[in-house]
Design a protein around this ligand. Sequence first.
Ligand code: PEP
Ligand code: MN
Length: 329
Amino acid sequence: MIIRFQNKLHAERKKEIKILLAKLLKTAAISSCGSHLIIENKNKKDLSGALAKIEAIEGIDFVKLSNEETYPLINKRKASPLKIKNKIFSAKNFLLIAGPCAIEDKSSYLETIKNLEKAGADILRAPLFKPRMSPHSFQGIEKAGLEIIIEAKKKTALPLITEITDPRQMNALYSHVDIFQIGARNMRNYELLKELGAAKRPILLKRAAGASLKEWLLAAEYILNRGNDKIILCERGDYSPSNTDGGINFNMALRAIDISRLPLIIDISHSTTSRKFILPLAKAAAIIGINGLMVEASVNPQTASVDGKHTLTVSGFKKLAADIKKLRQ
Ligand code: PEP
Ligand code: MN
């Protein structure tokens, strides 16, 4: 931890601050460096209890924590491949998560997943709950879709991913899906993060639009804090009021991998929101060193109740999968 004194702080006050800090962080080694203090703190529990008090000390300009202090659990965890059924997130593999924005009816969903599996999907989207900006927009078919998921599981060995928007959905979804998705709107839903931290299922954690790297990684830290280390980060881009010129933060995605060593994918659909830009941006994403992509694709984008405008057709997805395979050879 680095602490900076306010400008022109009296030497007497600096001394008092050092004494206060020594009391708050009993096992810390404190050394002075010009207008800064460098604190090597051994006891992490001391730090979490003392931080607010340190920041409130009169005469301190700012307190800066190291990554190890900010994300102690992320920092401690060992990077390891994440196996989900027959699919493995690892440095070697590049996985494609594909499927419709929402499951709408049984026949089109089963047709969609059969075709996407053939076209190269590794994991299938199976969304039942759709958090929407307007209460008047289609909200997903919710629990009524569970029987479609049960049917789908008889037809494919691929893992299924679904978004959970409320801890009360957990019981119904738990035995039917292989990965829980935390959507952009719920990255800051701390009760949901805690609940999923206690679950024995992999979690795909999207970055909320506009969220900083720190907020995103601390959301992952919440999940780790309850014992679940099966986390996949998902960059889904920012959005602007017009929702057309937001964009993928490649820089933040790479920084997130660098600090966390967690698998990370990019949601190329919600970050792009226009079908014609998906293929070029997917190809760009495929070569920067991430672990996969999420792509919305279905047999009937033109009649979809949500996000049809950027949902790829099966042949569009097939081309994307083939182009990416070629790029990564
Ligand atoms: C989704 O993936 O279905 C979704 C709603 O995305 P986001 O949370 O990124 O908006
Ligand atoms: Mn969508």
